[in-house]
Write a protein that binds this ligand. Structure first.
Ligand code: NAD
Length: 258
């Protein structure tokens, strides 16, 4: 069961692990952004309790024009929703400033780590800031396509080659960006601590990154409200909300370094 206040003994253990680590990478998932108001997928209020995940495959996107029109309609309807980084994102920025964090490897597509100020963010599943052409890979800012939806297009096509356009995110069945995966693996495998925050760790291949870090000898620490696939090999496992937990860790780290 998650506790709203993290266990101080576990906070201290994580602080010690950070302080003695030569290189730490953070691996984040949807859970770090729920405190900003963005639902996760698999938590108790997650998106998958309301919609069927099997619809959101690349195969369905490519073959089903009705699905694409629905996705674009949803995109246009949600355009005015803005989200702000929360205490968890800000604490990771603080860890970087304190010299205790090498990078953030994220499965998230919301851009909140960059908005908070993290300087090295590796987005394994792309982002919603841009759209991409599925044929020629031309990229454009999402706003430009939303303007075309406003002008009456329902299933916009690439202006260069006529290919299908899609949000620059990685759907089920779609490959992750190779260069970003390689850099993430390189950083994770050369780290001695991998701090996992807000991920169920069931989405592969992304969840293979903390696993690869562990196999290369890194310690894994987990902050997550619910049990995850890697709890068995992690120390500590802190089952409390990311914002309050990471803030407590940063405060402890600062106090210990005075
Ligand atoms: P997930 O939904 O599978 O798991 C999220 C985990 O975070 C759950 O175990 C949940 O209990 C935990 N959690 C929720 N709120 C928390 C909090 N405040 N503090 C600590 N833990 C909390 O998410 P995932 O593992 O990232 O994998 C799902 C996929 O979802 C990813 O591929 C990602 O691209 C996508 N996604 C991204 C966003 C986003 O960008 N914000 C939102 C939803 C889904």
């Amino acid at each position: 069961m998650a506790t709203t206040v993290p266990d101080p003994v576990l906070v201290e253990r994580l602080t010690d692990a950070l302080a003695s680590s030569r290189k730490t990478v953070a691996f984040t998932g949807a859970g770090i952004s729920t405190e900003s108001g963005i639902p996760d997928f698999r938590g108790p209020q997650g998106v998958w309790t309301k919609v069927d995940p099997s619809e959101f495959t690349i195969q369905n996107y490519v073959s089903n024009p009705d699905h694409r029109r629905r996705v674009w309609r949803m995109r246009a309807e949600h355009r005015d929703r803005t989200y702000e980084p929360n205490a968890g994102h800000r604490a990771l920025v603080e860890l970087e400033r304190l010299g205790a964090l090498d990078c953030v490897i994220t499965q998230n597509i919301d851009g909140l780590h960059q908005q908070a100020g993290s300087s090295v963010v590796l987005e394994l599943h792309g982002n919603t800031r841009e759209v991409k052409c599925l044929s020629c890979d031309r990229r454009a800012l999402s706003e430009t396509v939303i303007a075309r939806l406003d002008a009456g297009e329902e299933d916009p096509r690439c202006l260069d080659c006529g290919g299908l356009l899609k949000s620059a995110t990685v759907s089920f069945g779609e490959a992750m960006p190779e260069q970003i995966v390689n850099e993430s693996l390189e950083r994770a495998e050369s780290a001695d601590l991998c701090l996992v925050v807000g991920s169920s760790l069931v989405v592969f291949p992304a969840a293979g990154i903390p696993l690869a870090a562990a196999r290369a000898g890194a310690r894994v620490a987990i902050i997550n409200n619910e049990p995850t696939e890697l709890d068995e090999i992690a120390d500590p496992v802190i089952r409390s909300p990311a914002g309050v937990t990471l803030s407590a860790v940063v405060a402890r780290l600062r106090a210990n370094s005075r």
